[in-house]
Ligand binder design. Sequence first.
Ligand code: ZN
Ligand code: ZN
Length: 238
Amino acid sequence: MAGWKFMADLKTIKEFILDFLFPKKCAGCQKEGLWLCDQCFEKIVFVKAPACPFCNRLTSKGQFCSRCRGKTFLTGVITSAHYEEGPLKEAIHHYKYNRIRDLVEKLAEIMVRRLEEGFPNGRLVLVPVPLHPKREAERGFNQARELAKKISEYFDITFVECLKRERYTLPQVEKTGAERRTNVINAFVLEKDISQIKDKTVLLVDDVFTTGATLSECARKLRQAGARQVWGLVLAKV
Ligand SMILES: [Zn+2]
Ligand SMILES: [Zn+2]
């Protein structure tokens, strides 16, 4: 159809102009033409020995150990790679703060590779950690949602966007652990259709795990909706 052709041409023109104004540069080696080149991608170090996210005691899949279990509503966290190794930290920064949405392809691939090592048991659904609409408008996209979408397409796992962030909170970066916890309490609400969550194992997607306060608060709501287990799924632990 002519209309579609026109739209496609417009998209190409837009890309051409953007490439000209903001040339693509690898987050790792600054080489032009790509946001993350293959050589730099291969320098990313995947998590081979899953551990309790709080105390780092080894656990089979990254679940919380018996001592830490009571401190969170999460079952465990699937951490994909090491934040400080290779160019991962830079790539996440570009994606999130420089709004390089195209990096989602490579970043989702990291999560996919990690998941190929094994999934938690149960019938899976993917839920992204929501952003407040105001923050999403500022950034132009929700980084967690983009990642979750790609993973859902790759593995054909149901994608359910059932959480909404109601309260606008200040960025977590500037807060201490205790402040982060109170900052997110009751920040999220469940959307009306929660039937897809009941009895499922939820993979709750976010870009990074910091204190786990946000993920735990989302997990609390998902458990209210009847989720059997809630696993965080992140690129890295900060
Ligand atoms: Zn590179
Ligand atoms: Zn522990």
